[in-house]
Design a protein around this ligand. Structure first.
Ligand code: FES
Ligand code: FES
Length: 172
């Protein structure tokens, strides 16, 4: 049978790559990406930034939380091409140049806000945004706005205490 179908033959595929430029922790990055790659995979596997963790890879645990233009995003649900032109920040960019921890990182240490530490980078990136958004007014609000970040070790009391103390230092 003859026809006029214009669909690609089975097995053929369009070019699935794209060149994408963005910044990560202030450093310019330019990569040719598979358009299906997640931002989390690119950060971890291409750029060696393994701070953001792959917990569920389905947007349910918060372990992969990073910032894009100052807003928290789940890197496992963000296509890397969506980072085009944006400023991405990860936990690796928080410490001072001399290695001193960020005040929120120090608060986590002071309050024993971790056990295995797997969720911690995501907790910290989420908490930074939570405080910047003005959603750390009291413990209940902190719990609510960090509710997308799960901790299998149950370190929640320390996490809330750390965020509360850090939020106080940013007031006024
Ligand atoms: Fe992204 Fe769990 S790894 S939300
Ligand atoms: Fe282990 Fe949170 S410290 S999952």
């Amino acid at each position: 049978m003859t026809g006029t179908a214009t669909e690609p033959e089975h097995g053929s595929s369009p070019d699935d790559t794209a060149e994408v430029a963005f910044t990560v922790n202030g450093e310019a990055v330019r990569l040719v990406l598979d358009t299906r790659e997640s931002l989390l995979d690119v950060l971890r596997e291409r750029l060696g930034l393994t701070g953001a963790k792959k917990g569920c890879d389905h947007g349910q645990c918060g372990a992969c939380t990073v910032h894009a233009d100052g807003r928290r995003v789940l890197a496992c649900l963000t296509l890397a091409v969506q980072a085009r032109g944006r400023a991405v920040a990860t936990v690796e960019g928080l410490a001072a140049p001399d290695g001193a921890p960020h005040p929120l990182q120090q608060a986590f240490i002071d309050h024993d806000a971790l056990q295995c530490g797997y969720c911690t980078p995501g907790q910290i990136m989420s908490a930074l945004a939570c405080v910047a958004e003005g959603h750390a007014g009291d413990d209940e609000e902190i719990r609510e706005y960090l509710s997308g970040n799960l901790c299998r070790c149950g370190a929640y009391p320390g996490i809330v205490a750390a965020v509360r103390d850090y939020a106080r230092t940013t007031e006024g």
